[in-house]
Design a protein around this ligand. Structure first.
Ligand code: DAH
Length: 340
């Protein structure tokens, strides 16, 4: 065993090398390796000390070569310990040949899907997509839509009031008024979003749901344009063979008002449970914009005319998939959502 401080001549370099190599090989942690390094290559170890003192070339060359060998031994040991540490970090349970874990992929909610589908159809027809306000004033949701005082929809039993004159919108129709106030005809717009009503949940009601509102205002627009547009929409949504039927109805903001039906796509009008053996399924309200609404936004009803419609997106979705309960769309049950 060599002792630190021995002079060049006194050190048995063969033994020094053998001892060092054995120590490098035996080191099993980086701390141990560091100690070995200090002992054999550190500033005060025999080899570096001797290298500083040595005068003759032969010995210098031999000691330099020895130092290179020890440095290599150090490097190999460092690599060995490094990869040991890596294996430890991975843990023994990792089998890199096993297939990876499946990461579940998210998808859009069915209502978002149908919303985008309807938006795309109208964008394709040159309509503008407009955002509405979910929180709306009584003025815009009721007054300017020609709803008289005392109309049932104005009742707090029907509508969520946030204050005397601010409500959660009960329909998307106020977006018509805001759009017309903001621009001059021609107007071709759709507005899609949530609406709120004080309804008790049952298979066909839920206090929140979605509507698509459509409005076309131009010179010479007629009920035939409305029917053609709705027919196109129905065919895109329910298949090319579908027909649309308009029945008279009433809404304060349209005159005349209609209820639109689509021919039953389940039985092809032979009669089934879906269409209640009628051959026709009701999809939603529509009509020609009432002159009072035009006046409220400063349009001249003598100059222009227009049609409008407002349909529930949930209803369209349920019909399309033969589902019977709107509540399903709000329960976020992955077993259902995964299917769409
Ligand atoms: N806002 C009506 C509702 O929620 C639907 C509706 C009917 C909208 C006729 C319209 C329309 O724009 O012209 O029941």
């Amino acid at each position: 065993m060599t002792e630190p401080g021995d002079t060049v001549a006194e050190v048995d370099w063969k033994a020094y090398e053998a001892e060092a190599i054995a120590a490098y090989e035996a080191a099993s942690t980086l701390d141990e390796l560091n100690d070995v390094n200090v002992r054999f290559l550190g500033r005060r170890a025999d080899l570096p000390q001797s290298l500083r003192q040595v005068r003759d070339r032969e010995t210098g060359k031999a000691l330099n070569e020895l130092r290179t060998r020890l440095e290599q031994a150090h490097q190999q040991a460092a690599q060995r310990i490094g990869s040991l540490g890596f294996a430890e970090a991975l843990g023994e349970s990792v089998d890199v040949t096993l297939p990876g874990e499946r990461i579940p992929r998210g998808r859009l909610h069915p209502i978002t899907q149908i919303r985008r589908e309807v938006e795309d159809i109208f964008v394709g027809l040159g309509y503008e997509v407009v955002d509405g306000n979910e929180v709306e004033t009584v003025e815009y949701i009721f007054d300017k839509l020609n709803m008289p005082e005392g109309h049932v929809t104005r009742s707090p039993l029907h509508t969520y009031y946030l204050s005397d004159d601010v409500v959660l919108r009960t329909e998307t129709s106020a977006s018509q008024v805001r759009t017309m106030e903001a621009k001059q005809p021609p107007v071709y717009m759709v507005s899609l979003g949530r609406v709120y009503r004080r309804d008790t949940p049952d298979p066909s009601h839920y206090p929140i749901f979605h509507q698509v509102e459509g409005l076309a205002v131009d010179k010479g627009i007629t009920l035939a344009d409305l029917k053609g547009t709705l027919q196109l929409l129905m065919r895109r949504l329910f298949g090319d063979e579908r027909d649309v039927r308009l029945r008279t109805s009433f809404f304060p903001f349209t005159e005349p008002s209609v209820e639109a039906d689509v021919s039953c796509f389940l039985c092809n009008q032979k009669g089934c449970r879906m269409c209640e053996y009628e051959g026709w399924i009701e999809v939603g309200g529509a009509g020609m914009v009432d002159p009072n609404v035009f006046q409220a936004v400063g349009y001249d009803p003598e100059e222009i005319s227009g049609f409008a419609f407002g349909w529930g997106l949930e209803r369209i979705f349920l019909l399309r998939h033969g589902l019977t309960d709107i509540r399903m769309l709000w329960q976020n049950d992955l077993r259902l959502l995964r299917q769409f």
